[in-house]
Design a protein around this ligand. Structure first.
Ligand SMILES: C[S@@+](CC[C@H](N)C(=O)[O-])C[C@H]1O[C@@H](n2cnc3c(N)ncnc32)[C@H](O)[C@@H]1O
Length: 237
């Protein structure tokens, strides 16, 4: 049984998330563009093994890595509905695909035991569902899953320095009522319940200190977008 809060918004309501992506309410387009630029310059001729933690339907990542030299793409996600869409979206990639429908903490532990290693580990808007101590353990486990010269690319929502979780929730959720107009009131209420019960974003400085504690050689901030409360970190293994 999962002990982490997770109210299955992504199982029954994937369409709601697709609307958020279509309207770019979470700022995917700008932060994934920076990710793409980074990957394009970082990955040269040798093809890479790519692991995506909390892939969802992989719609945005597939668009942004389709021209990158990838030998295999492995996704972990708890939502079977999202992975069903992912199969379709990932047809863009010309590589081996593996979709693992399980909890990402368990999935990562299982992969460590199989001795599988990856060149790029990516996670987008997913690890904020973990408590800070579970995020720190996850970073340690993900580092173990990296090949030499591998890199962890982390996109997620984040709190401002000194901002409490409650202050963050009020700031993040206010525009969902005033500006996210493609969602009806029932969808906005559902989204608010999900965020209030399941989102535990860290601050940038906390994430950076977790990266150091996990043994990463460096942690570079490639983008911090305060308007959308999101961040992109590159952690070198
Ligand atoms: C906000 S979506 C992010 C999807 C995509 N990566 C993106 O950047 O838009 C979060 C995803 O994390 C998945 N997720 C949340 N908790 C999980 C867990 N404990 N194990 C596996 N997947 C989980 C959800 O099912 C959902 O697909």
């Amino acid at each position: 049984m999962l002990e982490r809060p997770y109210n299955h918004i992504f199982d029954a309501h994937w369409q709601l998330y697709q609307t958020i992506l279509r309207e770019d309410y979470m700022g995917h387009q700008s932060i994934y563009s920076v990710l793409k630029q980074f990957l394009t310059s970082y990955i040269e001729s040798t093809p890479v093994a790519f692991l995506d933690i909390g892939s969802g339907d992989a719609q945005v990542i597939a668009e942004h890595i389709k021209d990158i030299n990838i030998t295999s793409y492995t996704a972990i996600d708890l939502s079977a509905d999202a992975l069903a869409f992912a199969t379709h979206n990932l047809a863009l990639l010309n590589c081996e695909l593996e979709l693992l429908n399980c909890d990402f903490v368990q999935g990562v532990t299982d992969l460590i035991e199989t001795d599988r290693r990856f060149d790029i580990i990516f996670t987008g808007f997913a690890l904020h569902h973990l408590s800070d101590s579970d995020k720190a353990s996850m970073f340690k486990n993900l580092r173990q899953l990296l090949n030499n010269n591998g890199i962890l690319l982390y996109i997620d929502v984040c709190r401002r320095e000194g901002e409490s979780r409650n202050e963050y929730l009020e700031r993040y959720l206010a525009p969902t009522w005033s500006h996210w107009q493609a969602l009806d009131d029932a969808q906005t209420e559902l989204l608010n319940q999900h965020v209030r019960s399941s989102d535990f974003p860290a601050t940038r400085s906390l994430l950076e200190s977790m990266a150091v504690q996990a043994g990463f050689a460096s942690c570079d901030c490639l983008l911090q977008d305060d308007e959308h409360a999101n961040i992109l970190l590159a952690m070198h293994g």
